[in-house]
Design a protein around this ligand. Structure first.
Ligand code: ADP
Length: 243
């Protein structure tokens, strides 16, 4: 469903992605682990052309783009195939919870307001926020704000949801509620790519785990293979350091 071929990306002459090849099947949950600065977020952002790779091919669903000659319109059409959940939620402060979720539907997808409201209320129920529809983000806990972020992604009904360290800005006691919402969605068969530092989540929920270091995928495998029988020394050292 998603294919990346030889994706390369540099910032100021420093190469952050050094040729990423990856295939993700429909319904698969893939987590990406790796030390800070290894290129995990950049990979997610290249996947939906929030960053333009300088070389490589991205295919999501039936849209395929070559980074070298993709037009703005092409990039927008790839972006519409995915939805992103950000580390810092990125909600509109002056909009209520339900308005935040409706925004993408009305503006990007041109859904009628009445329908957008109905869809939004439904996904907000799914993330357990039916009683907060008319609250503003500042009136919510971090965990609740992130659940709005997840509802917003779900509402768009994308081919894939990209999670960029969705719990790393949260106080420890709020991490669980967000992870359990993500886990529930995963069980519904939505394709997901999750950059995370939460090892137990990666173990429990992923179909496949990727370990990145220095701008490459060093190793990939099932959670069991990565956590119990890593083949690469770099993976072993990383797992020892964080356990
Ligand atoms: P990770 O998510 O694994 O921590 P990132 O993809 O965020 O890694 O970053 C990889 C490297 O790319 C880092 O050295 C970071 O400083 C650099 N980088 C990321 N985004 C930018 C940017 N917009 N401009 C310049 N450098 C960037």
């Amino acid at each position: 469903m998603i294919i990346l071929k030889d994706i390369k990306k540099s910032f100021n002459k420093s190469q952050v992605l050094r040729g990423i090849n990856l295939k993700i099947n429909r319904g698969e949950v893939v987590t990406i682990l790796g030390p800070s600065g290894s290129g995990k977020t950049t990979l997610l952002r290249c996947l939906n052309f929030l960053e333009r790779p300088e070389a490589g091919i991205v295919q999501i669903g039936n849209i395929q783009l070559n980074a070298k000659n993709a037009t703005k319109k092409d990039m927008l059409s790839v972006r519409k195939q995915s939805a992103m959940v950000f580390q810092h939620y990125n909600l509109f402060a002056h909009k209520t919870v339900v308005e935040n979720v409706m925004e993408g539907l009305v503006v990007a997808k041109k859904v009628k307001k009445k329908d957008a409201r109905m869809i939004s209320e439904k996904v907000l129920e799914k993330v357990g926020l039916s009683d907060k529809l008319h609250f503003y983000p500042s009136q919510l806990s971090g965990g609740q704000q992130q659940r709005v972020g997840i509802a917003r992604a779900l509402a768009l009904n994308p081919e894939v949801i990209l999670f960029d360290e969705p719990t790393s800005a949260l106080d420890p006691e709020l991490v669980g509620e967000v992870l359990s919402v993500i886990k529930e969605i995963a069980q519904e068969g939505i394709t997901m790519v999750v950059v995370t530092h939460e090892m137990s989540f990666a173990k429990e929920v992923s179909d496949r785990v990727l370990f990145m270091d220095g701008g490459v995928i060093v190793e990939e495998g099932t959670p069991w293979e990565i956590f119990h029988a890593p083949k690469e020394e770099r993976t072993r050292r990383f797992l020892q350091r964080i356990s």
